[in-house]
Ligand binder design. Structure first.
Ligand SMILES: Cc1cc2nc3c(=O)[nH]c(=O)nc-3n(C[C@H](O)[C@H](O)[C@H](O)COP(=O)(O)O)c2cc1C
Length: 213
């Protein structure tokens, strides 16, 4: 089943390497027939958090934030590609995520982590997990760590180590399972709520927020 996926990537360094990992995972998702949006902090140039998306009135969010919301709200799952800066995710990544909350609810997430060293950014992945849980998009059990990211892809972003293709396939199989399961749960909830005339528990978040306002 075609899924709507968002890939977050947060490095804004001029010499950034992780963009190759982000583009690689986007391409793998597309090859599986999914609709994918890459939200790249460097391209978006989102300022540090002032107001969250939900704090703006209808039609009043800045265009960049609205563009992000238009990808996030209908998504079935999110893939978060994190580097490791001092054992933590890059601030550009957490800034992207901090602008949203309810819009993430009831979707799974999956972590791709990478670093220049041998540990593949797993320490950043570990510290990212509680954040994703708090955001309402708990992460799937597997992570996809990429060691020595600057040597794993060539300058054009082509994968140089086939082992990652197998790992990425298994990782995406797992994400698809959770994304399909939660999509079915959201649809069942929406149908039951419509039949009972009550609000959905797994709301299409933005609608519910605006309805409350
Ligand atoms: C501020 C900073 C902190 C870093 N801290 C770590 C670290 O804790 N562990 C690690 O393995 N690599 C660390 N690195 C090296 C990064 O893994 C490597 O530079 C990687 O390419 C960064 O991702 P990016 O190129 O997408 O920005 C750090 C790099 C920077 C710029």
């Amino acid at each position: 089943m075609t899924l709507k996926l968002v890939v977050f990537y947060g490095s804004v360094r001029s010499a950034r390497q992780g963009i190759k990992a982000a583009r690689y995972i986007v391409e793998q998702c597309k090859q599986r027939g999914h609709q994918v949006t890459l939200l790249d902090a460097d391209e978006l140039q989102l300022p540090l958090l002032d107001k969250m998306y939900k704090e703006y009135g209808p039609g009043e969010a800045p265009p960049t934030l609205q563009r992000m919301a238009d990808a996030i709200i209908p998504a079935d799952a999110h893939i978060v590609v994190t580097g490791e800066y001092n054992h933590a995710p890059p601030p550009g990544l957490t800034n992207l995520l901090d602008h949203f909350l309810d819009e993430f609810f009831h979707r799974p997430s999956a972590i791709v982590c990478y670093s220049a060293g041998p540990f593949g950014g797993v320490r950043a992945a570990v510290s990212l997990r509680p954040m994703l849980a708090e955001l309402g998009m708990s992460s799937i059990p597997s992570v996809l760590p990429i060691s020595r990211v600057h040597k794993t892809f060539d300058a054009e972003g082509q994968l140089l180590d086939d082992a990652y293709a197998r790992r990425a396939a298994k990782f995406l199989d797992e994400l698809e399972w959770y994304a399909n399961a939660l999509r079915a749960a959201r649809e069942a909830d929406a149908a039951a709520a419509a039949a009972d005339g009550r609000p959905r528990a797994s709301c299409e978040a933005k609608d519910a927020i605006k309805a409350k306002a």
